[in-house]
Ligand binder design. Structure first.
Ligand code: FMN
Length: 400
């Protein structure tokens, strides 16, 4: 892009290198499930959707969550998957289009784990068939008994305690992550990112409320991290030493927005340290607001460090932040029906980047509002307004 970078925005438009990945700038499109891939395969609509963001100048496109090669990875027929030669061929078209537009793209690999069923309610033709399958839950638990941020009525179908994952299922799912990661590389992705947050399968092993196992996969935090670390190691093996491996993590879960996996930086170090040792290159800290302090109860400067800042400090790896860039209303508040306000906080992004808090900033909703958001940020132009009805609209006509 020849366009000048506005004064003060330089940090955002500096290149970034992670293993074989060379990014032109530090702006990423955050992963966003759109339920718009017919029969789980992206086509020209999805191709254009992703390529237009790359053409707009966004350095890194992160795909929506893509189901791994396992029967209960994703619970909606129009959520994409990477589990077959057809899916590799379809994704190859997308990666090719993004590359032709001058961008880079990584695949977010996803297994919904305990949350199986949350998307199935939107898939009318397949809902009953999907709901017959048993979700993968480390201890058979959906979340903290009696606690939910969903409405009681909507979770009634999914919440019952079921049989925990068996040892064979643990092995199968680890292998499924690795197979889909290999397929991602075959499809031309520049790397992969694992969805390790929000209460899904990887996170459900880390969260004490969904992992009460008494075997080697459960116990204290170090033991609960063994499953995600095994997945990271298997994925690293599958993608080889050159490709970058990102890992999205969060304190909160969909089941309980107040959940915390790490109560202290030391605990966070145990958690992320194990994943760094297993092969993660960049920790994508998922928060509602990118600038929020992770442990505000700490004294002095430590009380101001963000979750992404702690990930970087504790592991020595790169980190990414996300949440509320250009938007004052968090996604959670938006889902509760709150009015959506703008927030002129882009200078704070560059300030925190300059201060060494994080290396990459992901932007979700404003990438829906404007495919050319990178240009707006670069020129310090007026931020687009996020209009709920327009920008929350499905990517295409939803299933009948
Ligand atoms: C429509 C929509 C779908 C999302 N789907 C995913 C997803 O598949 N995987 C994921 O890790 N996060 C998902 N998220 C969360 C976003 O990646 C991002 O973290 C969140 O929207 C906060 O960023 P923002 O304030 O810039 O939108 C989704 C968000 C939205 C709005």
């Amino acid at each position: 892009m020849s366009q000048q970078v506005a004064p003060g925005r330089e940090a955002l438009f500096r290149p970034l290198e992670i293993r074989s990945l060379h990014l032109a700038n530090r702006l990423a499109m955050s992963p966003m499930t759109r339920m718009g891939c017919p029969d789980g395969l992206p086509d020209e609509v999805n191709r254009e959707y992703y390529a237009s963001r790359a053409a707009g100048g966004t350095g890194l496109v992160v795909t929506e969550g893509i189901g791994i090669d396992h029967p209960t990875s994703v619970d909606h027929a129009w959520i994409p998957r990477l589990d077959s030669p057809a899916s590799v061929a379809a994704w190859r078209e997308v990666t090719g289009a993004v590359h032709s537009a001058g961008g880079k793209i990584v695949a977010q690999l996803w297994h919904v784990g305990p949350l199986w069923g949350a998307n199935a309610r939107f898939d009318k033709p397949n809902r009953d068939r999907l709901m017959e399958l048993r979700p993968m839950r480390p201890s058979g638990l959906w979340g903290t008994p009696g606690v939910t941020t969903y409405s009681e009525r909507s979770v009634a179908r999914w919440i019952p305690e079921i049989e925990p994952m068996t040892e064979a299922e643990i092995t199968e799912t680890i292998e499924a992550y690795a197979r889909s990661a290999a397929l991602a590389m075959e499809a031309g992705f520049d790397g992969v990112t694992l969805h390790g947050g929000h209460g899904y399968l990887l996170d459900a092993f880390v969260w004490a409320d969904t992992n009460r196992r008494t075997d080697a996969w459960g116990g204290d935090l170090a033991a609960r991290v063994r499953y995600p670390a095994a997945v990271v190691a298997a994925v690293r093996e599958a993608i080889g030493p050159d490709a970058p491996l990102f890992y999205r993590f969060s304190q909160h879960t969909q089941q309980d927005y107040k959940a915390r996996k790490a109560e202290t930086p030391d605990e966070l170090g145990v958690y992320l340290g194990a994943l760094a040792d297993a092969g993660v290159d960049l920790f994508d800290a998922s928060t509602r607001r990118f600038s929020d302090a992770a442990f505000p109860e700490l004294e002095g400067d430590d009380g101001e460090v963000t979750l992404a800042g702690w990930a970087r400090r504790l592991t020595g790896k790169a980190s990414g932040a996300v949440g509320g860039v250009g938007i004052g209303t968090s996604l959670r508040e938006q889902k509760s029906g709150a009015e959506i306000s703008a927030s002129d906080n882009v200078d704070l992004v560059t300030e925190l980047m300059d201060r060494g808090e994080f290396d990459l900033i992901s932007v979700g909703r404003l990438h829906l509002a404007d495919p050319g958001i990178a240009g707006v940020l670069r020129s310090a132009g007026p931020l687009p307004e996020f209009i709920r009805e327009q920008h929350e609209a499905p990517l295409r006509d939803p299933q009948a």
